[in-house]
Design a protein around this ligand. Structure first.
Ligand code: SF4
Length: 448
């Protein structure tokens, strides 16, 4: 890669899991507005539910999630009780009932343990109508997967489990502050399959401390031996100003932009040679997996979990720091546990921030989503479809010129397409359509 492309790779850009992005949410969206927006959902709207559990057994040095280490049981029971009240409150306010997608994220949701997980899942089933084909997914830490847990997950109706793997090499695991040998992951996969949970995702990472190309290739090959149906491969984002425990990572052991690009390319080549299809910026799936099918049809979507096949009309947030999306805009729960709990116990939603969407936001968000999902977009057609003149988003062109000069994108009238070499730069191309990006100095991770 030449110097000019490398300097582009070192630029920062949002991950575009929403548009406008979270730094542009404001306190003007509160519990009253959440109540009003939820009440206005049509009764036949399809719902997606996101449940956040902000606890882990210990904190990994590289973690970028909203979570904290927990050793006692009582806070888990208290958290479960508040979640049950929040489920009741949601069901009371919105007329919509049909749930097509459930996702438990964290943190480590399985920290709740079998009994509490089941109690929450039963409450969801009692208050909403779970679609016969509901996708019910949960993120798991392989170090705390055992038989009682997987039996409870199967009883709760879980259909997909995501295991945090990151890297299979001992020296990388040690430097990243999370040691879990291959056998632990392998055993978790066997237990899940034995319980009937066959849709299994792995999360892998590149750009971790002390990680080199050979490490990521070995990790990809070992992962493929366990035959997950989907993998997400994320670049480690070193943001110690935002996640203070990342200060435990020695920045001098981190790969530079060129090495990160090499690692990302090496994982992609290894997984593709194992029969996985590359999807979007950072996902891989077996050709028959629903995400691979959606990508081939141009139906891939993006939400706060990254790439998704979830096409629900509304994403409802449950738990501290959860973010939801309703047709009218985004709603974000309080990030402090006490604030979220006090609101729910007072019979009110824990919304503290959010963003009402303008018609222009929706159109720009669609252009950004298509670029992130399909690596190409006809932004003139999107402008027209939303009732604007087709030159509405031509203000993006100057921001795309550096990418065009490097041969990383092609621009034909109002159709932007990333070249194969340009695909890792999708976040930078998407940023050209972000009307808010330059209006406030938000710090983001590097784009590649
Ligand atoms: S288990 Fe996952 S969420 Fe918990 S600290 Fe480690 S990386 Fe973060």
């Amino acid at each position: 890669m030449n110097i000019a492309s490398l300097s582009l790779a070192e630029k920062s850009a949002p991950r575009y899991t929403s548009y406008p992005t979270a730094p542009h949410f404001t306190g003007s969206i509160d519990a009253r507005i959440t109540r009003e927006w939820l009440a206005n959902l049509p009764g036949q709207a399809h719902l997606s539910l996101y449940l956040h559990v902000p606890f882990c057994s210990q904190i990994c040095s590289y973690c970028g999630c909203h979570t904290k280490a927990l050793r006692q049981d009582a806070p888990l029971t208290a958290y479960k009780e508040t979640l049950l009240r929040e489920i009741e409150l949601l069901a009371k306010v919105t007329p919509a009932r049909r749930v097509v997608h459930i996702h438990w994220g964290g943190g480590t949701p399985s920290m709740l343990g079998p009994a509490r997980l089941l109690e929450i899942a039963e409450s969801l089933g009692a208050h909403f109508e779970l679609d016969a084909n509901v996708e019910h997914a949960i993120e798991l830490d392989p170090r705390i997967v055992d038989e009682p847990l997987v039996e409870a997950l199967a009883r709760a109706g879980v259909t997909r489990a995501s295991l945090g793997v990151q890297d299979f090499n001992a020296h990388v695991q040690k430097a990243a502050g999370r040691e879990q040998p291959f056998e632990i992951v392998s055993r978790s996969v066997s237990l899940l399959r034995a319980a009937g949970i066959h849709a299994i995702n792995f999360d892998l990472m590149y750009g971790l401390p002390r990680q080199v190309v050979e490490d990521v290739v070995r990790t990809a090959r070992l992962a493929a031996e366990l035959a997950p149906s989907r993998l997400a491969v994320f670049g480690y984002a070193h943001v110690p100003w935002f996640k203070s425990h990342q200060k435990m990572i020695d920045a001098s052991t981190l790969a530079g932009a060129s090495e990160r690009l090499d690692q990302a390319a090496a994982i992609r080549d290894a997984l593709e040679s194992e029969g996985y299809e590359a999807i979007g910026l950072d996902h891989f799936a077996r050709p028959q997996d629903p995400m691979a099918v959606a990508a081939r049809k141009g139906l891939l979507r993006r939400n706060f979990q990254g790439y998704t096949v979830d096409v629900a009309d509304a994403l409802l947030p449950l738990g501290v720091s959860s973010i939801g999306r309703l047709p009218q805009g985004y709603i974000a729960n309080a990030v402090d546990l006490g604030g979220w709990r006090r609101a729910i116990e007072a019979g009110e939603f824990g919304t503290t921030r959010g963003r009402a969407l303008t018609r222009e936001d929706v159109a720009r968000g669609e252009a950004i989503e298509r670029l992130m999902c399909d690596f190409a977009v006809d932004y003139g057609a999107i402008a027209r479809a939303h009732g604007f003149d087709e030159d509405m988003f031509d203000d993006a062109i100057p921001h795309l010129s550096a990418l065009a000069e490097e041969g990383l994108i092609s621009l034909d009238r109002r159709r932007v397409a990333l070249t194969r070499d340009g695909r890792p730069f999708a976040r930078l191309a998407a940023a050209a359509f972000d009307a808010y990006l330059h209006s406030r100095a938000a710090r983001h991770s590097v784009a590649v």
